[in-house]
Design a protein around this ligand. Structure first.
Ligand SMILES: CC(=O)CC(=O)SCCNC(=O)CCNC(=O)[C@H](O)C(C)(C)COP(=O)(O)OP(=O)(O)OC[C@H]1O[C@@H](n2cnc3c(N)ncnc32)[C@H](O)[C@@H]1OP(=O)(O)O
Length: 449
């Protein structure tokens, strides 16, 4: 059968995944997320990832343990961090004989590390793994200009003082201007927020609907903290024990007063504000994965199984689809492979890059024409029960340290699924959906154990 242009095995045909052993989520850990320029201004990616690893190691008694593999990544990485994850492992309490590598899939990095490592466990290549991600916009790498770079390289090669002076004489004042990273898409020059403003307008998402989603994110995250949901997940770090972006006292009235920040310059209705967009954030998260046998042998919990994942990409460059709309295509493909519909899920963890991102995706799934023309279905893909969406808060409230968001979501969802256990006579089931820069998206299904 075919779903949005890709053939997927029919429901009756067993997929390779169904014949493999299980990869289970044992648990996760993270440091509280901090708004950029705040508590972690003096922390590097390596510091934060090491702290998130050490918290996980302490929680599950993994000191000096040789783990099968550790994979993590950062979207904003200094050139000195060749293999950031390996350096973090070497700085942690794990055995130095634990192999580790970096992976980069923009905001989906954390989820992609979970899926890749889970597959290795399913195949029997490794018994245990730690997935993760980290990002710091506070410690963002600043590159030098092309002119200064050329001069510095030539200077390094120059053997005599006169040659060095000759090279230096090429420098112009403009060469000294730094080249700072930004959230712009290289192929369009538009920021993520500007891209989303176009999509938000295309799907006619109102300011009120976006503010309501943002309000619920803060309300749900605050309630989760108050209920102790995160007590086992957070390593206090640099004086923080809660995500610093969380505003338990925000209100729909306050959100309605905030000035629109994206879209005005593009002729789109400007409905996106600092309140319904994620802030730039610093933070790190880790997730311990294992085979059932390894978890049992170490007397560790098995919260949920990583069932399967899917990635999609859209052609945003030519305006065919919105930059952050790839999950709208990946989810239907993944669900078709498992003969599932949106009604078969008990929790939806849809990353809130912007409130408009979540709402545009849901609107696309509910749209008959999108279902027919873009997904190749007979009608609309479906709608979700909103009471199952991001029930313990998501990125709008917690913040979004790009590569660390996937680990936050998987660890939280695994706990929620384990607590729920069964639903309708089957294991509780959760869907993870993460949009990423470059027009990509990664999604996954987890099931309670
Ligand atoms: C990268 C990938 O692969 C995919 C993705 O996830 S895409 C997403 C990537 N992330 C981004 O692009 C980051 C987007 N965000 C931004 O650029 C910035 O946060 C922003 C431009 C939206 C806002 O920046 P800012 O103006 O510095 O925000 P900030 O000062 O915190 O807030 C502005 C005001 O709103 C208020 N505010 C913000 N949130 C609020 C809330 N929930 N409730 C009440 N007030 C709030 C603040 O208090 C502040 O008020 P004052 O001016 O009175 O102090």
């Amino acid at each position: 059968m075919s779903v949005n242009g890709q053939s997927v095995p029919g429901p009756q045909e067993p997929t390779a995944a169904t014949q493999l052993r299980k990869a289970v989520v044992v648990g996760g850990n993270r440091i509280p997320f901090a708004r950029t320029g705040g508590a972690y201004t003096k922390s590097s990616n390596q510091d934060m990832l090491t702290a998130a690893l050490d918290g996980l190691i302490a929680r599950f008694g993994l000191q000096d343990e040789r783990i099968g593999e550790v994979a993590a990544g950062a979207v904003l990485k200094h050139s000195r961090d060749f293999n950031l994850t390996r350096e973090a492992v070497l700085g942690s309490a794990l055995s130095a004989e634990t192999p580790a590598y970096d992976l980069q899939q923009a905001c989906a990095t954390g989820l992609e590390t979970v899926l890749g490592l889970a597959n290795k466990i399913k195949l029997g290549q490794i018994e245990s793994a730690i997935a993760g991600g980290v990002d710091s916009a506070s410690d963002a790498p600043i590159a030098v200009s092309e002119g200064l770079r050329e001069v510095l390289l030539d200077l390094n090669r120059a053997k005599t003082v006169s040659r060095k002076l000759q090279v230096l004489s090429r420098l112009r004042p403009k060469d000294l201007a730094p080249d700072a990273p930004n959230t712009g898409e290289p192929r369009t020059g538009l920021s993520m927020g500007e891209h989303q403003a176009l999509t938000t307008a295309q799907w006619k998402i109102t300011r009120e609907a976006q503010d309501e989603l943002a309000f619920n994110s803060h309300k749900n995250l605050a309630a989760a903290y108050d209920a102790g949901f995160f007590d086992d997940l957070l390593t206090p770090y640099r004086g923080l024990s809660r995500d610093s972006n969380l505003r338990a006292d925000t209100s729909l009235e306050k959100l309605a007063t905030l000035k629109p920040v994206f879209g005005k310059n593009l002729g789109a209705e400007a409905t996106m504000t600092a309140g319904n967009s994620t802030p730039l954030t610093d933070g790190a998260s880790t997730v311990l994965l294992a085979s059932e046998e390894w978890a049992d042998a170490h007397d560790l919990p098995k919260l949920a199984a990583v069932v399967d994942g899917e990635a999609a990409a859209v052609d945003f460059v030519h305006g065919k689809d919105g930059l952050l709309m790839a999950p709208a295509f990946a989810v239907p493909r993944l669900l078709a492979r498992h003969n599932l519909t949106l009604e078969d899920f008990d929790f939806f963890e849809i990353h809130e890059a912007f409130a408009g991102t979540v709402l545009s995706t849901l609107a696309a799934w509910e749209d008959e024409e999108f279902g027919r023309t873009r997904l190749g279905l007979d009608g609309a893909f479906g709608s979700i029960d909103r009471s199952k969406l991001n029930v313990n808060g998501s990125s709008l409230a917690a913040g979004h340290p790009f590569a660390a968001t996937g680990g936050r979501i998987v660890a939280s969802l695994a706990k929620m699924l384990h607590a729920k256990g069964q639903a309708d006579g089957r294991p509780a089931r959760g869907l993870v959906s993460i949009c990423a820069a470059g027009g990509q998206g990664v999604v996954a299904i987890l099931e309670a154990l």
